[in-house]
Design a protein around this ligand. Structure first.
Ligand code: LIP
Length: 289
């Protein structure tokens, strides 16, 4: 099945301004989840008992919704947690209020707020494209951000650096990250696929946040990443940062990442990496946008 081409970017849409909104909203939500975390954090579960959501995921999303409604009243918002906004403009915000919730729950300082502006319909596979986005890791105060055609940057430690992927040309010397779903049967299939991957690369990392894994490819901290079963909100901003930094991205059949398969790699290893992860995950088919 060939996915429909990504929609055109409407004339006159100020992508740099959308990027600035994404940065400021991600920072505000990131500060909230660190500074307002209660000692007795309320936790519940969603699709399975290991698929957790905390009260701070919900509060972060509420702050993001309120900020976007104030600053971009005509835009729609689609978030991981309850609640969203309909809109009349060409822009939909796709947000993950805490990506890496299990890390957040365990106090592992590797989680982020992900805020992306997309055009097209994020509920349709291949029917949307990210045009601006930010991924904020509040504990390390690292802000990854980009807009379409404008390159990717990392603001950290009071400075800003332009991200440009170089990376290896030998897959066997590549550091690769991946992730696992919340359903045991899915995890078993993902683990089976990993058996082949881990023997074909330098080593593997399971860091717990798709948004940060994609940004780490952009920053050269990883050479490649793949995962099956991701939602649009896990990857919408991170995949734009990675693409704008010069990484190569794709999905099961073409260069469109989707829930079925999302992969990203340094240009020098992209082709053999794509072949590998498409082959070892072939039976993991998931039909979601
Ligand atoms: C997480 C993803 C991660 C995946 C986890 C989970 P969440 O998102 O970022 O890559 O392996 O299973 O889906 O649930 O923390 O927003």
């Amino acid at each position: 099945m060939v996915t429909p081409g990504p929609p055109e970017v409407p004339e006159g849409l100020d992508l740099a301004a959308l990027e600035e909104v994404a940065c400021e909203v991600a920072r505000a939500a990131g500060r909230l989840v660190v500074e307002d975390r209660p000692d007795d954090l309320d936790v519940s579960s969603k699709s399975t008992r290991t698929d957790v959501v905390t009260e701070m995921d919900q509060r972060s999303q509420e702050l993001i919704l309120a900020e976007l409604a104030r600053r971009r009243p005509d835009d729609a918002v689609m978030g991981e947690e309850e609640g969203g906004l309909s809109g009349t403009s060409a822009v939909t915000w796709v947000v993950d209020p805490i990506d890496g919730t299990v890390n957040y729950l365990y106090g592992i300082a590797h989680y982020a707020v992900s805020v992306a502006a997309v055009v097209g319909d994020p509920a349709v596979p291949g029917g949307w494209r990210s045009v601006a986005g930010a991924v904020f890791e509040p504990v390390s105060d690292e802000l990854f951000h980009a807009h379409l055609g404008g390159g990717a940057r990392l603001a950290a430690g009071g400075g800003v650096r332009t991200l440009r992927v170089i990376g290896p040309t030998d897959l066997g010397l590549s550091l690769v990250a991946t992730g696992f779903g919340y359903d045991a049967a899915v995890r078993a299939r993902q683990a089976n696929a990993l058996v082949e991957v881990i023997t074909a690369v330098r080593d593997v990392r399971r860091q717990g946040s798709a948004a940060l894994d994609l940004c780490d490819v952009a920053a050269g901290r990883l050479d490649a990443y793949y995962e099956t079963g991701l939602n649009a909100w896990d990857r919408a901003a991170g995949q734009l940062v990675a693409t704008e930094a010069g990484a190569v991205l794709g999905g099961r059949v073409d260069d469109t990442p989707d829930a079925d398969l999302t992969w990203a790699a340094a240009p020098g290893v992209a082709a053999p990496f794509a072949d590998l992860v498409r082959r070892v995950t072939a039976e993991h088919v998931t039909r979601r946008p």
